[in-house]
Each structure stands twice: as structure tokens, then as C-alpha cells.
Design a protein around this ligand. Sequence first.
Ligand code: FMN
Length: 148
Amino acid sequence: MSSALIVFASLTGSTEECADFVAEKLEELGIAVDIMDSTQASASDFQNYDLCIVGSYTYGEGEIPDEMLDFYEDLAQEDLTGKIFGVFGSGDSYYEFYCNAVLLFEEQFKKTGATQGSENVKIELMAEDQDIENLHKFAEELVQNLGK
Ligand SMILES: Cc1cc2nc3c(=O)[nH]c(=O)nc-3n(C[C@H](O)[C@H](O)[C@H](O)COP(=O)(O)O)c2cc1C
């Protein structure tokens, strides 16, 4: 059975809820899923999974949330060759750097040798129906790329 780890940071619950939407679709597709808050996870935890997924809201001026910075920095040191990654997160387009943490994590994952399995998913504040659909599609694409 293939496995997925979703590591997330969420202040007001939106990104956490999105992690649940991704997880429910992955489980439906037969993937064993673990979800961890970024303060409990190490980047090296991804070594034990086939799908490596990060969900992060954006803070400051387009920045990675403080509580996720160590995880973010450590991620670039991991060799995740052969694994599939994907990134999603909530933001607010009121800010100049909308959902920038999602982009920063995509760039960080690219340093690990992992393959991007789906386009990023950006969610404006709380997920609405279209966002849930996008997150489900995201999960489906990640699974389609397993073993390729
Ligand atoms: C101080 C502060 C700074 C923020 N900066 C950004 C930003 O630069 N870009 C962005 O897209 N959203 C920014 N946001 C908005 C949050 O990312 C947004 O509210 C998001 O929905 C929070 O997700 P969560 O519910 O998972 O915590 C900021 C929010 C706060 C409170």
C-alpha cells in the first residue's frame, strides 16, 4: 500500500481543513495517510512515505509561518529522489504576495529531487466548493503520478 504524509501549518484552521480534504480523497484512492502539524514533524519524516505533501498558510509579507521555518529549512537537506510532492495552502489576496509560502515550498521541494505530482493549490481564505474540488483533483493527480 502506498503512503502519504501531509505536514501543515494553520493559524485559523483553513489550511488544516484543506489537509483533511486532501486526506479524504487520498484515502478513498487507497493511500495510507498521516497528517502532522509542522511543529510535530521533521523533514526527515518524509523518508518513510511515497507522497510528500505540505500545506502552509502565508504570513508576514509573503513569508513561511514562523512555526514552520525549521521544517522549511531542513527540507532542502533531504534527498527525496523517487518520491512525489505537492503543495497547497490558504492565503488572502488582499496581501501583495498571495499564497507565497506555497511557492516557496514548491521551490524548496525541487531541491530535494522529488517530482512535482500536481500543480500547487492556492485557497483564498476558507475553502469553498470549487477549492474542495481542486484539492480532490490535486490528490488524484498525486496518486496518478505514483510509480511513474
Ligand atoms: C499578519 C498576517 C500576515 C499575512 N500575510 C499574508 C501574505 O503575505 N500573503 C497571503 O496570501 N496571506 C497572508 N495572510 C493571510 C493568511 O494567510 C490567511 O488568513 C489564511 O487564510 C490563513 O490560513 P489558516 O486558516 O490556515 O491559518 C496574512 C495574515 C496575517 C494575520
